[in-house]
Design a protein around this ligand. Structure first.
Ligand code: 4AD
Ligand code: MG
Length: 461
């Protein structure tokens, strides 16, 4: 009995192997007088393996009709290739045709635009580029767990359905079992006491509030899961469903938070250069020629740290005309963020101490009473990749702030409890996983780093 192998492992072999079995899909076929040469890919790596099929094979006629996208099982001998361009090839003893893809298979050997491939998102992982992107996505997920586990962080599963709006931006997807066309009413409004949970519920926009409760018990924790925002902005950096990595650390101030943000970005870029170099090289060749230089730079450069106030001054003195005017109290737009990291400092930048009016209720108020201990990490080509803060641990200050923002305090009684019982300074942040993938692959549209993107008016797959 021979076990099925992965092409990835076969290509690493240091000696010929007498019996191997692989299963995969035909990328190309080329026939000579007595042989058919097939390039087979099984998704385990970017490279194909060449199969040499002899015309003595009983089903040779069928083999010479194999089309791109067809599935085969090949058993044979792994030998050193005489041809150029590959070290190993398989001489087939048996080639079983599992299924034939007709000519209508859309991924014939030619380059397709990303826009077109988005319309066939169910097939695009079979291309070199998207295969590489999703292998990198998989590796990076493991790297995130490794990063935290090596540092003693505990992994928390925060709920997907919640009753709160962590960011207070009102970008919530409602979760309900009420009939939409005739909901029960109370004083003319929908009566959510009749709903499944007996109150309003929504998909989470962030696992932070749960993570805080657990940081105040387990010390250092993190969440890594899907989050949802009904943000009606059709940009290349926003999707409605995305994955976020959210560490939360007890006994940690803003400085410690910035240190961790810098450390994780460096670790992950360094890790991926090591673990996925073949796939990264594909992006360096076809997507962004500067990619490897940029990644090495991110992995090694010391991140620049500046206050929001300084950032605004730099932007005002830049002499550049931005689409959005910048002034103290106005939010930094992507164009501003990119100017700071790409043009001005030419390295990742951490901006801290934002005006409190721009930020959610939970951020710690600074002594100036005007700014909060927030921090955003900005990277080239993307702008904001991390958003976080030190949290307001003082009960009275937090309650004042919630009143100021007209938040229903009674709904957050459990959150406030954490400031009643053993409150300590603590901090955390959210790292957008898709934005991280954009950084490491050079892919410029967030829709192309997530298997099936969800954006306004688009949920085909
Ligand atoms: O800055 P944000 O909104 O921060 C929070 O949600 C905090 N509660 C996190 C925390 O402190 N635990 O989002 C964090 C990151 C952003 O920097 C960005 O990378 C990503 O999440 N992000 C999005 N990514 C894709 N599509 C969207 N619509 C995103 N919104 C935020
Ligand atoms: Mg943010």
């Amino acid at each position: 009995m021979i076990h099925r192998r992965k092409i990835f492992n076969l290509l690493q072999s240091d000696q010929p192997i007498d019996h191997v079995l692989i299963k995969g899909w035909v990328r190309t076929r080329r026939d000579s007088k007595n042989f058919s040469f097939l390039e087979i890919n099984d998704g385990s790596c970017l490279k194909n393996i060449q199969i040499v099929a002899d015309n003595a094979l009983t089903n040779y006629d069928d083999i010479t009709r194999l089309s791109t996208g067809s599935a085969v099982a090949v058993s044979g001998k792994l030998i050193e290739s005489k041809g150029s361009g590959q070290k190993w090839e398989i001489v087939a003893k048996r080639l079983e045709i599992i299924s034939i893809a007709p000519e209508t298979f859309p991924l014939q050997k030619k380059r397709h635009t990303d826009e077109y491939l988005r319309t066939i998102a169910h097939l695009r992982p079979r291309t070199n580029k998207y295969g590489a992107a999703f292998r990198i996505r998989s590796e990076l997920s493991f790297a995130i767990h490794k990063f935290f586990r090596d540092r003693g962080f505990k992994y928390i599963h925060s709920p997907i359905i919640t009753g709160s709006d962590c960011e207070g931006a009102g970008e919530l997807f409602r979760v309900t079992t009420l009939p939409m066309d005739h909901p029960p009413l109370l004083d003319g409004k929908t009566d959510y006491t009749k709903d499944f949970f007996g109150k309003e519920a929504n998909l989470t926009v962030s696992g932070q509030l749960s993570a805080e409760m657990f940081a105040l018990a387990l010390g250092d924790v993190y969440t890594f899961g899907p989050t949802f925002r009904a943000e009606n902005s059709n940009t290349s950096r926003h999707v409605a469903e995305f994955w976020m990595v959210e560490p939360e650390m007890a006994f940690c101030d803003l400085k410690g938070n910035m240190d961790l943000g810098e450390e994780i970005i460096k670790f992950l870029t360094g890790f991926i250069l090591d673990a996925c170099i073949e796939d990264i090289e594909l992006f360096a060749k076809y997507v962004d020629k500067q990619l490897i230089t940029t990644l090495n730079h991110v992995a090694e450069a010391e991140f620049k740290r500046i206050s929001y106030t300084t950032a605004v001054e730099i932007l005002k003195q830049s002499g550049k005309t931005f689409e959005f005017e910048i002034d103290f109290g106005k939010d930094l737009q992507t164009e501003h963020e990119r100017y700071l990291t790409e043009a001005h400092f030419k390295k990742p930048v951490i901006v801290f101490d934002y005006p409190k009016t721009l930020k959610p209720f939970y951020m710690r108020l600074n002594n100036d009473q005007k700014t909060v201990a927030a921090m955003d990490v900005l990277v080239p080509r993307i702008g904001e990749i991390i958003g976080g803060s030190q949290r307001e641990e003082r009960l009275d200050v937090l309650e004042n702030r919630m009143d100021e923002m007209k938040m229903p305090k009674q709904n957050y009684w459990w959150y406030l409890d954490s400031r009643r019982f053993g409150s300590v300074e603590h901090s955390g942040f959210g790292l957008g996983f898709e934005r991280l993938l954009m950084l490491v692959t050079g892919i410029t549209n967030i829709r192309d780093v997530i298997p099936f993107p969800r954006t306004p008016n688009s949920i085909e797959f």
